[in-house]
Design a protein around this ligand. Structure first.
Ligand code: PLP
Length: 525
């Protein structure tokens, strides 16, 4: 017996309806988006499911579909029989074959057929909908590798294993693949291939810019400007440079996490050699006005670096349009592999090397070329760019639905970050009276993965430096959680997370003396 594509998608659709049973009606558009197929195809499948009395349509403005019977009373067998043209495993079962009923083959197949049907009728949609349910909402920490990326990388671990700098055929094959990936990265960023330098990660690229410019521009000055909300790879490198005698100005941000352009302009001095400001923040998702920042930097003849690690794949990153001199990117944030990043260095801009070694990367960065990862990064960025609008629309729809429900259904909650200038997948909340770690643990218990603070500081138990810089009260900063949605998240997952979150917050607040006091105050008014 073979389950057809129709059967598979029929089952996926019914699982979505099972997850929303008694909660809401689901539209064909939502189902098509959740399982990643066209609406027309779902319409065809739904007409079969309706005929089979598995689902029912409810018309009207807020109409949609639901299961006729509860998920615990709908079996997989019923769904498949409604959708599949033929669930038989061999034609002889009901043919009028000359051997008749005594045929041993017929006996075997009809017994097998009965047990398969029995098996399918013993599994309910409820069992499938709750089986091994895990929700990954930590896409700002890292994303899973896209299947196309993985298959593009695989040959480079096997038959195409050569060193991209070797002169023989093995080397040339690898070299050609790296050149192609460099072109893919350059095209996605609107840069030239000669402006792209592969690194081992975003952290390395950020280190390179700060330390490389500090050394190369030493004779011009020793002042660097950055912000108080950068990633630790920028902040700690700036701290290191300060310990070497450089002067660092950390710009403040407003309550939404935005830098103040007047403050930036006033901070620039004759000895300023570099401004480093991230495009989008990894914790609260706030997007900075990089184009306007570049205009100010270049008016004062100062180089501008932007850490675009969180931006690539989520919002357009065009280095010409943004007019930056350096930009950092990292593959694992846009469904590429971990352990590979790139630095855009505008042609003609001088920077010292960070990794001293061989002559790889046009003599700018030593180290044997990581061909499989670079190939993966090329495919990942090309795909991310191609699907950017569709993915970010879908992701922000799911994220907005999640934000709306959390704000409406959970009391004493604040959304951190900018109301509109924020990454499509980011939702960062502070929940009053409780600790973020408590929430994280209860969500983890329900197999929902989120982050308290940024992934990098979440093991330190210190409140997020980003939230503190935004003026969030230290107690409230301790009760913060980042939910970061990605292209594989569904509305049903968002709903499931809100349901678990509501319960978890209520449980934790019952144990919070601060909350009990507050509730007492309210009752006494
Ligand atoms: N910059 C930002 C804004 C990030 O979010 C991260 C990773 O979380 C990095 C830099 C570091 O990138 P990588 O993990 O490739 O070192």
């Amino acid at each position: 017996m073979k389950m057809s594509t129709k059967g598979r998608y029929g089952l996926y659709s019914c699982i979505q309806l099972a997850q929303n049973y008694n909660k809401k009606l689901v539209s064909i558009t939502e189902i098509a988006h959740c399982i990643g197929v066209g609406e027309k195809y779902i319409e065809q499948i739904f007409s079969l499911l309706k005929k089979g009395n598995i689902i029912i349509a409810n018309r009207g403005k807020s109409g949609g579909y639901s299961l006729v019977n509860s998920p615990s009373n709908t079996t997989v067998g019923q769904v498949l029989r409604a959708v599949e043209d033929n669930l038989r495993i061999a034609d002889c079962i009901d043919s009028n074959c000359a051997s008749g009923k005594d045929c041993p083959t017929r006996y075997l197949f009809s017994t097998l057929y009965d047990s398969i049907n029995g098996f399918l009728d013993n599994i309910t949609l409820e069992q499938l909908a709750t089986r091994d349910k895990r929700v990954y909402l930590d896409n700002s920490a890292t994303t899973p590798v896209d299947a196309d990326v993985l298959s593009a990388m695989t040959p480079f671990f096997g038959q195409i294993f050569g060193n991209a700098n070797s002169l023989h055929d093995y080397g040339r094959q690898a070299n050609k693949a790296v050149a192609h990936a460099r072109q893919q990265v350059a095209t996605a960023l609107n840069a030239k291939p000669s402006e792209i330098f592969f690194t081992s990660c975003g952290t390395e690229a950020n280190n390179w810019v700060l330390r490389g410019v500090a050394q190369a521009k030493n004779s011009k000055g020793n002042h660097i400007i950055t912000t108080s909300i950068e990633h630790p790879s920028v902040l700690n490198t700036a701290k290191y440079l300060a310990s070497c005698g450089y002067r660092v100005t950390y710009l403040s941000v407003d309550k939404y996490g935005k830098v103040n352009l007047d403050e930036l302009e006033q901070a620039i001095c004759p000895d300023t050699i570099l401004i480093s400001i991230m495009y989008a923040n990894n914790e609260v998702g706030t997007i900075q006005p990089i184009k306007q920042i570049a205009e100010i930097a270049h008016r004062h003849n100062v180089l501008l670096h932007s850490d675009c690690v969180q931006a690539v794949g989520s919002i357009p990153v065009d280095v010409r349009e943004l007019d930056v001199d350096f930009a950092t990117i990292s593959a694992h944030k846009f469904y590429g592999p971990k352990g590979v990043g790139a630095l855009f260095i505008r042609n003609g801009v001088k920077i010292d090397r960070l990794i001293i070694g061989g002559e790889q990367e046009r003599n700018q960065r030593g180290g044997t070329t990581n061909t499989p990862a670079i190939v993966g990064m090329g495919v990942a960025i090309e795909k991310a760019q191609r699907n950017l609008i569709q993915n970010s629309n879908n992701i922000s729809n799911v994220r907005n639905h999640f934000i709306d429900r959390v704000m409406a259904e959970i009391p004493y909650v604040t959304l951190n970050g900018h109301p509109t200038d924020r990454l499509p997948g980011n939702a960062n909340f502070s929940f009053e009276f409780i600790e973020g770690e408590g929430i994280l643990m209860l969500l983890d218990f329900a197999k929902i993965a989120v982050s308290s603070g940024s992934a990098c500081s979440s093991q330190s138990l210190l409140p997020s430096h980003v939230l503190l810089a935004m003026g969030v009260d230290i107690v409230l900063a301790h009760g913060s959680i980042r939910f970061s949605f990605g292209k594989y998240n569904t509305l049903a997952e968002a709903d499931y997370t809100v349901d678990v979150l509501k319960e978890s917050i209520a449980k934790l607040r019952l144990m919070s003396p601060l909350f009990v006091l507050k509730e007492g105050e309210i009752k006494n008014v």
